[in-house]
Design a binder for this molecule. Structure first.
Ligand SMILES: [Ca+2]
Length: 200
């Protein structure tokens, strides 16, 4: 099975800017929660089949505050040392389609904001941020609304790709991918929800 290209985009992306940590929660924000079953990851055909708990989403939470959009991914077991590529996708009523991706590898983390329409170019956004919380099996990404045209609402989804890293010559990594709104399958794009997440 082919890995969605957008899920992999962050693997080679160069971060325009990375801000450590996240701002505190907004006083007023709308939140939506999407629960996803455990054990429904898909292994890309080019790699050995292996359950990858680091890729397995069990909950995706979208939070739309006055200033920022924030997405929280709760995973089955986020294993230190594995490469993970966590992408939130969100679509505004005006048709702007974005991917906000955090890639965690053995050098650290990279955050990128990419247009998924038009020229599909990376957008500079100094305030894009993300955190990897191994102890909580959680990854959080967020972006200022000003970087994405201040939408009044978005529809959103999320996906995670995880792979073991090369640790020795001849060891083939295992990989898996999960879409928060699909069970046991992935598509070419991360699936969006049907409900609008309004600005709080
Ligand atoms: Ca899952």
């Amino acid at each position: 099975m082919r890995i969605p290209s957008r899920l992999l985009a962050g693997l080679t992306a160069v971060a325009a800017a990375t801000t450590l940590g996240l701002t505190g929660g907004a006083a007023h924000a709308e939140t939506q929660v999407r629960d996803d079953q455990a054990g429904d990851t898909v292994a890309p055909s080019i790699t050995r089949v292996s359950p990858q708990s680091s890729a397995d989403i069990v909950r995706l939470t979208g939070n739309h505050g006055p200033d920022r959009l924030k997405f929280t991914f709760d995973l089955v077991d986020l294993t230190p040392g594995e490469l993970v590529n966590v992408s939130a996708r969100f679509l505004s009523p005006g048709g702007r389609d974005h991917y906000l991706t955090l890639t965690r590898n053995n050098q650290g983390k990279i955050i990128s904001l990419v247009r998924n329409d038009g020229d599909r170019g990376e957008l500079p956004c100094a305030g894009a941020a993300g955190s990897v919380l191994n102890a909580k099996d959680r990854v959080i990404v967020s972006v200022p609304r000003s970087c994405i045209g201040n939408p009044r609402s978005v529809r959103f989804g999320g996906g995670v790709f995880a792979t073991t890293q090369f640790t020795a010559r001849g060891i083939i990594p295992t990989s898996a991918v999960d879409d928060a709104r699909r069970d046991g399958s992935v598509g070419q794009e991360i699936r969006l929800g049907t409900r609008e997440l309004d600005r709080g």
